[in-house]
Ligand binder design. Structure first.
Ligand SMILES: O=c1ccn([C@@H]2O[C@H](COP(=O)(O)O)[C@@H](O)[C@H]2O)c(=O)[nH]1
Length: 292
């Protein structure tokens, strides 16, 4: 199935929220942390239990699994499988990017069916090394129904240091966006949505408006809801029929101060936080079946 079709059908049935999964033991309930070797999978299962029926997309942050070394990467593979069993579309936020031959190996690891046990539906990639280094990812997205989110305007406070710089009359992020738009057109699916999308932080919705005009057929991944203060309403309003917006929150859904919280209460908290975030989105981003 084309990534754009997957996005469209998940949004229509469950909505555009993305559950960000950044497993950090220092803000998780203690009952999940008592055996460090089991922490990652227990944490992911607790979040997925709480998110049942509330989200159709999960975004795993690779770094938090890598931080546990080889065991963490093995857990990531198992957590990807668990999320897929629960019919979630899996985005891996690994921000990969390197010279073409190495990018080819990354693409095989994450995007080629059966290429490795880290295969996901969609991957974040970094454009800093230039267009030919993104080609292996774009080819895989087109050939195997996968999705890409290329970093265009990231959510962090310092993103403007490079991304807002003007070169030959165009900002660096717009320059990247122009390339994304071309790749989106080359990978278009039945619904007019390209497989190549963009990371556009929820913290910069007015730049998002401008970027939407440059990338009319790309899915936006908008991280930064919750802890980073992203604007849910203005960001979800960037969605168009051929340019859906997926909005993600990680700590804002999962982090707790009361670390003694029992697991059942934690699952209930996840559910109510996801409901709360959903209510802050533009009404157009909420499927009719869930808007009541
Ligand atoms: O521009 C970007 C790109 C990626 N991220 C990632 O999203 C989550 C955000 O976590 P929160 O707890 O919801 O703030 C994290 O994994 C980042 O690496 C981003 O924040 N901004």
């Amino acid at each position: 199935m084309h990534w754009g079709d997957t996005v469209k059908s998940k949004i229509e049935t469950v909505g555009s929220l993305v559950l960000g999964i950044d497993p950090a033991p220092d803000h998780a309930p203690l009952s999940l942390c008592d055996r460090s070797d089991l922490f990652l999978e227990r944490y992911v299962k607790a979040l997925l239990d709480g998110a049942e029926g509330k989200v159709g997309f999960v975004k795993f942050q690779s770094a938090y699994f890598e931080a546990f070394g080889s065991g963490g990467m093995a857990s990531l593979a198992r957590c990807i499988a668990i999320a897929r069993e629960r019919r979630m579309a899996v985005i891996l936020d690994a921000k990969r990017g390197d010279i073409g031959s190495t990018a080819d190996a990354y693409a095989r690891a994450y995007l080629v069916p059966g290429g490795s046990d880290l295969e996901v539906d969609c991957l974040t990639v970094n454009p800093f090394l230039g267009p030919e280094t993104l080609k292996p990812f774009v080819d895989c997205a087109r050939d195997y129904g996968k999705g890409l989110f290329i970093l265009v305007k990231t959510s962090n406070p310092g993103s403007g240091w490079l991304q807002d710089q003007i070169v030959d009359g165009t900002s660096v992020s717009e320059r990247v966006a122009e390339a994304v738009a071309v790749w989106a057109d080359e990978t278009i699916g039945d619904h007019g949505i390209g497989a190549v999308g963009a990371v556009v932080g929820a913290t910069y919705p007015s730049q998002g408006q401008r970027l939407r005009t440059v990338m009319p057929r790309s899915v936006f991944l908008a991280p930064g809801l919750g802890f980073q203060g992203g604007d849910p309403r203005a960001t979800s309003a960037l969605a168009t029929p051929t340019g859906p917006v997926l909005i993600s929150a990680s700590r804002g859904v999962a982090a707790v101060e009361d670390r003694e919280m029992p697991l059942d209460a934690y699952r209930a908290l996840i559910r109510s936080r996801l409901d709360g975030f959903r209510q802050t989105l533009s009404p157009a981003a909420i499927p009719a079946s869930l808007s009541g």
